[in-house]
Design a protein around this ligand. Structure first.
Ligand SMILES: Cc1cc2nc3c(=O)[nH]c(=O)nc-3n(C[C@H](O)[C@H](O)[C@H](O)COP(=O)(O)OP(=O)(O)OC[C@H]3O[C@@H](n4cnc5c(N)ncnc54)[C@H](O)[C@@H]3O)c2cc1C
Length: 489
């Protein structure tokens, strides 16, 4: 998965809770999970933190996404119960639910918004056990379709960061033309990588993503010293939305006031400035905040007690028009899938959409696995019939296809203690295709080419060895035949 925002973390949790025990790797450009719902912290100032993107989330559509209840039960999120209001163009305050982001059931991360992503990853780390890794601080720049299926991911230097059987994009950066303007990339990475695959579904999805428009945000972050913070914390709102006329008057969309544990507070002003210079943008936004709040703070155009000023520019804060239709989220021919707030449907452009799209995608991917298992049947039957048997080896899917060879026709007695001339097993694992001849050993079947070893003394846990300088052993388990998923889903 590229991206450990809400959607990526929720997909990992959804797959695990649905029974998927295969390996999951999340490559994330940021330093931790959260994406646009992350919390900024400081190593030098341990009491300081700011939710610099989304300060909360709302659920407007029912039924509630399945992951919300376990997140609440685990203490990762809590209902948002602070006062909120909507400012109009004349400076009057109205009810907050005039703002679509403040309507419905409101929640926030308990110790910061990044608790949402952390909580989802904690749910993903619960049973069933499986390899789960977050590779933070890695911007995936290049994608390459592997010849045998699956994907190779590389960073800006071209260094391969990993390989995967399936690729899930939870953000649009690798699939939208904005990457060309933002980073000067000559091509859109996924578009480039998809050339020659002949996957009409993927091409349609890419065309749909390319037509999407995104809205920017320039956020001013102020840290207010303790003496001045009391006045901010006594305001009749912790969150202030701006209606259309107020947005035009002050150039602001929203103010979020966040108390810090040591008595200071952080203030985030969400603006829509096109000002390219950071210093000028900070001055302009600070003036706008002082002007909009003058009736309450009465600072006469300046803000008292500001300890620190920072700017955060969100190039793609919200998808606005378009969106990828949910029925295009899985491109099974090329093994690519998408989830995130850019999927059309309930919650589009919000955290609710990121959660819901991840839930839907988890269901669709699990259904594909279920179909595979049903098609393969039980390991014993499949071995006899020469069909592929799935195993999980060192966290990755391995398919073993035993072939008893042309001489093993019915009626030819197998007199050499189970050994059949011409018998082989084909192992497909991590992009490798190994055809191993059967050994002359008596007893349960074993296969080797002198370098790899595969044997079925315990069919549920085959021995899988690789000899290089030393012998490497991979832990393998048969993938159990799928029963009906929990909850009837
Ligand atoms: C200022 C602001 C205020 C907001 N307020 C609200 C609100 O009040 N309520 C609400 O519901 N929503 C709000 N939102 C929107 C909300 O934050 C998003 O809808 C939600 O977080 C989207 O989650 P996601 O996982 O789909 O995408 P993202 O959070 O964007 O996650 C995608 C992740 O992928 C990573 N990534 C992308 N490309 C690569 C790559 N090539 N290599 C490595 N990593 C990559 C990114 O770093 C990112 O972490 C706000 C957003 C902003 C910016």
């Amino acid at each position: 998965m590229v991206g450990a925002g809400v959607a990526g973390c929720a997909l990992a949790a959804g797959l695990r809770r649905g029974g998927w025990a295969g390996s999951i790797v999340l490559w994330e450009a940021g330093r931790g999970p959260g994406g646009r719902a992350a919390t900024r912290r400081s190593r030098h100032d341990p009491g300081w933190q700011i939710d610099h993107g989304a300060p909360l989330f709302n659920l407007l559509e029912g039924p509630e996404p399945e992951l919300v209840a376990p997140l609440l039960a685990g203490g990762w999120i809590e209902p948002w119960r602070e006062p909120a209001a909507l400012l109009d163009g004349d400076g009057g305050l109205g009810p907050a639910d005039g703002d679509p982001l403040l309507r419905g059931r409101l929640y926030r991360g308990r110790k910061g918004m990044d608790d949402l992503g952390r909580g989802l990853l904690a749910l993903a780390a619960q049973a069933p056990a499986g390899y789960l890794d977050g590779r933070y601080g890695t911007l995936v720049r290049h994608l390459e379709a592997r010849p045998g299926g699956g994907w190779r991911l590389a960073d800006a230097a071209g260094t391969v960061q990993g390989e995967a059987d399936w690729l899930v994009l939870t953000g649009t950066l690798l699939a939208h033309p904005r990457a060309r303007q933002r980073f000067g990339w000559p091509q859109v990475p996924l578009q480039q990588a998809s050339q020659g695959l002949g996957d009409a579904g993927l091409e349609a999805a890419l065309a749909s993503i390319a037509s999407m428009e995104m809205e920017e945000r320039t956020n001013l972050m102020l840290t207010i010293e303790t003496a001045a913070a009391a006045r901010w914390l006594a305001l009749p709102f912790r969150l202030l939305g701006f209606d259309g006329p107020a947005q035009r008057r002050w150039g602001l969309r929203r103010l979020s006031i966040q108390p810090l544990a040591d008595g200071r507070c952080a203030v985030v002003a969400h603006g829509v400035l096109a000002e390219p210079e950071d210093a000028a943008a900070i001055t302009a936004l600070e003036r706008a905040v002082a002007a909009a709040l003058a009736p309450w703070l009465g600072d006469g155009g300046t803000l008292a007690g500001v300890e620190r000023r920072q700017l955060m520019r969100w190039g793609a804060a919200f998808p606005t028009t378009g969106g990828l239709p949910a029925d295009a989220m899985v491109c099974s021919q090329s093994r690519v899938a998408f989830c995130g707030d850019f999927l059309t449907g309930p919650g589009f452009g919000r955290i609710e959409g990121a959660l819901r799209s991840a839930q839907t995608l988890a269901g669709r991917l699990l259904a594909l696995v279920l179909l595979l298992c049903l098609a393969l049947g039980s390991p014993a039957a499949a071995t006899a019939a020469g069909t592929s048997v799935p195993y999980r080896c060192d966290g990755d899917l391995l398919l073993a296809t035993a072939d008893n060879g042309a001489v093993d026709a019915p009626g030819i007695p197998n007199t050499v203690a189970g050994t059949v001339p011409g018998a082989t097993v084909l192992l497909e694992w991590r992009g490798l295709r190994l055809q191993l001849p059967r050994t002359n050993n008596a007893g349960p079947p074993s296969y080797t080419d002198g370098i790899w070893w595969w044997s079925l003394e315990d069919p549920a846990q085959p021995r899988f060895l690789h000899r290089r300088d030393a012998i490497e052993s991979f832990s393998c388990q048969a993938v159990p035949a799928a029963g009906p998923p929990a909850g009837g889903r």
